[in-house]
Design a protein. Structure first.
Length: 195
């Protein structure tokens, strides 16, 4: 993502002699917006669908009913660990995504003839701690939404062979829509908070 975004921006800004501003833009865009957004969309596609499929299969096989019969809460036994795992891993994956994007931007800027020290100083020139933590808070909230909707769709699975597939598809679509909606709320909230 960082390589593509940097390359496309540099090509456009070269006409105006402004390619030196690409690192500034890349740092802000990745840490504030694209890092948490893309990471959690991938989380919805991979883990949200897996959560829905696993719990949905258990529901079709009546294993969820067996947990209820044994006096175990399916929410506590099946949902809570998945949400906790998402909460722990999404910020780490977001930081890894941001680092990979910065490396991609570095490759583009070096190919344009800018040294490493210029790139790193420009990237971190406009970044503040609020940008970094704001992105991690987004990733945290998005991960809760993705894991929660994946587990919910799994628990809502009806009987039948195609029911698990329907739940899985619904989990991914619902997760992406919730991420987009929450991102809009974050944009307005950050604007009014001055973050």
């Amino acid at each position: 993502m960082g390589l593509i975004l940097s390359f496309q921006s540099a090509v456009t800004l070269q006409r105006f002699g402004g390619e030196i501003f690409v690192p500034n833009m890349l740092g802000l865009v990745m840490f504030r917006e694209m890092g948490p957004l893309v990471t959690c969309i991938l989380l919805a596609a991979r883990s949200g669908s897996a959560f829905a499929a696993e719990i949905g299969t258990m529901k079709v096989n009546e294993e969820v009913d067996a947990l209820n019969t044994m006096g175990l809460s399916p929410t506590r036994f099946l949902v809570t660990p998945k949400i906790l795992a998402s909460i722990l891993m999404a910020p780490l994956m977001t930081m890894f995504f941001n680092f990979a994007a910065l490396v991609g931007g570095l490759i583009v800027m070096i190919s344009l003839g800018y040294p490493l020290v210029t790139y790193t100083s420009r990237v971190f020139q406009n970044l503040q701690y609020t940008d970094f933590y704001g992105g991690l808070i987004k990733a945290l909230v998005f991960s809760i939404l993705v894991a929660g909707i994946g587990c919910l769709r799994g628990l809502q699975t009806r009987s039948g062979a195609s029911a698990v597939g329907d739940s899985t598809t619904s989990a991914v679509v619902s997760g992406i829509i919730l991420i987009a909606f929450a991102d809009g709320i974050f944009a307005v909230a950050y604007y009014y908070l001055g973050i």
